[in-house]
Ligand binder design. Sequence first.
Ligand code: LLP
Length: 434
Amino acid sequence: MVSSTTLSRAFPLSSRLDERGRLEVGGCDTIELAREFGTPAYVVAEEDLTSRARAFLDAGRDSAREELQVVFASKAFPCTAVLECFAREGLWCDVASGGELHLALNAGFAPERIVMHGNAKSETELRMALGRGVGQLVLDNFDEIERIERLIGEGALGARGRQSVLVRVTPDVRGETHEKISTGQADSKFGFAMADAPEAIARARSVEGLELEGLHAHIGSQLLSLEPFRRAAAELASLGDFAVLDLGGGLGVSYTQEQPAPPSIEEYVGAILDAVAEAGIAAQTRLMIEPGRSLCANAAVTLYTVESVKQNVSRWVAVDGGMSDNMRPMLYGSVYEAHVADRFGGRTPCVLAGKHCESGDVIVRAAQLDDPRAGDVIVTPATGAYGYAMANNYNGVPRPPVIFCRDGEARVVVRRESLEELTARDVSSVEAGR
Ligand code: LLP
């Protein structure tokens, strides 16, 4: 019999293998979930989300600082039920577009608990942010400051007299991560160069209606070493004293048992607090962090069904999803684990392939599965962050549902996309007057 200790740390906190060796997530049998809701499906252990949110808040509360504002980077899992969960837990929300702002407001985040980002915010998005009065509007470039000044002149603030802003800087700190998710280097499309930061700060201060509260930096994502945060804090401190300092997100997570374990939430928050103290940043400075991945990646697994198995040079196990529900292997060469949901511990080398018309649509290149057969349910853990977020309709594949599981109860929080929805936005030639 397989014991629960064989589960890798990539799985949601409450996961276990039952006495028959079947995976349970949030107390729900994944084979039954697959049968009831179909596959592919994102299955989220709700308690995993709440306990990680609480871990961040608790770690922040232990410090001598007034408070640590924990801002969920909604791009990681922009799903209303996830946002509602974090809003209830008392987190703030980071949005990077008008769409994400809409989602955050709709999920119940008070506007003053929303941080708005973007290196190319449109006038419409700026009007939305200024009109709703987001807690912090993060300034990214000089064109944007000019545009905001004009919009305020045109009355975009409404009855509100002021808008708090942060200046985003690129501190020229490189975290060790995939080049596509590294943002802190000097040659980045995000934020102001260190050399331009003093002018950006002065410009922001000169605009009537803007209140410059502080600085922001996000050095990258999936960082497994905490050292770069130390250097980033020191760079920000070199720009002067501010009321608010936002150090962005970036804490890495476990995708597989083999990969080195990431720092814990407590270690990460502790390191941020130490870094800030070391940099001489005043204890009254309000600190913000923007975790995305580390709040939700490990909360979810994806369930697939095997459609076919073939053997040539490799054993190809093709499932009913792939790059339409998880772009990460293709985009970043990300490595995932895979298991047959009711037969863990397999040793047959396989390539877990997706169903899409691209050779690169491979979910796990070096999977080890227990003699997989058509009809088996396959599970890949750690798909809660940037999976649903980057899902797409390639090959006309409808996007999967999101199922929340808690104490053995499952509920659909996003239903599977329908075929009708694939054509729902078409404008018929009659309507178009052709
Ligand atoms: N704050 C800002 C300003 C960000 O740009 C990001 C992520 C975060 C916070 C959250 O970072 P996290 O804690 O999740 O590392 N699609 C990629 C990740 C892109 C991250 C973009 N920015 C992936 O799947 O790995």
